[in-house]
Design a protein around this ligand. Structure first.
Ligand SMILES: [Zn+2]
Length: 269
């Protein structure tokens, strides 16, 4: 992703779409869409452009922070990248752009200074690399691999909720992969730590970028093997077996958790 000079945006065609960000990483949403016509939006709103980034996939424009009043008068919403992603649902083309832009917004906020010598970092053209201006040490946007697992027990699945989930929403178990672990090791460990169960027949089911702030999810299904549910109260508020016909409130359709649950429901019908 390369940084482009704000003046270069003047030469862009009127059809080009862009994602607009505020200084603190919020995405600007209008009419439930995060993509806006670049020229028309800049002309109409009079926003001053601070930075702009572009690659084959996405044009991102960072503007000065909007005030609450401005937000209301322009009929736009400021959304966190995560809420914006949940809003767009299964619009796959926009989804990829929002995820890439969200990850880049996190990286530009967090990668500012060298962890070796403290000097400021400079962007390397046409890559996601940041280089120290003093010691030349390289830094890249962080990507933290994590697992997600749907555990089956006949017609039931195990769903849980942690304190950071919205009230009433139950979802699949998830956790970060530890140093030296395989993804499969992490599934066995997380399931044992969080709910005290043993599982078997792990099957890989796909991935999803989850840059809120920097996760990369690897999904599995597994069959229950043995054990009684015993939750880790530091991680989990509640966990239970749910019959396929009596599921609780689930995560939104754009999430990988929801896709795995839907696949489970389809598989036996
Ligand atoms: Zn340095």
């Amino acid at each position: 992703m390369r940084q482009i000079h704000p003046n270069a945006l003047i030469q862009r065609t009127s059809e080009q779409q862009a994602l607009f960000f505020t200084e603190n990483g919020k995405i600007i949403v209008r009419n439930d869409s995060p993509l806006h016509p670049l020229r028309e939006t800049l002309d109409r709103c009079g926003w001053s452009v601070q930075k702009a980034y572009e690659d084959d996939l996405v044009l991102m424009v960072q503007i000065a922070l909007l005030s609450e009043e401005l937000e209301a008068s322009l009929e736009v919403k400021l959304m966190t990248p995560r809420d914006c992603f949940l809003l767009i649902g299964d619009q796959s083309e926009i989804r990829k752009k929002v995820l890439r832009a969200a990850h880049w917004a996190v990286a530009t906020q967090t990668l500012q200074f060298c962890s070796q010598c403290g000097a400021s970092l400079k962007k390397v053209l046409d890559t996601t690399e940041m280089k120290c201006s003093q010691c030349q040490c390289s830094f890249f946007p962080k990507l933290s691999p994590a697992i997600l697992v749907l555990i089956r027990r006949k017609d039931e699945i195990l769903l849980a909720r942690s304190p950071h989930h919205p009230p009433g929403i139950f979802t699949l178990l998830a956790g970060f992969i530890d140093l030296g672990e395989s993804a499969e090791d992490a599934v066995h460990r997380e399931v044992m730590e969080e709910v005290g169960l043993k599982v078997t027949h792990l099957k890989y089911c796909g991935t999803q970028s989850w840059p809120f702030p920097d996760s990369f999810m690897l999904a599995f299904t597994a069959d229950y093997l043995c054990g009684e549910i015993k939750i880790d109260p530091n991680e989990i508020e509640e966990a239970s077996w749910f019959h396929r016909d009596r599921l609780p409130n689930l995560p939104p359709p754009s999430t990988l958790s929801r896709r795995l649950i839907e696949d489970f429901l389809i598989a036996k019908n």
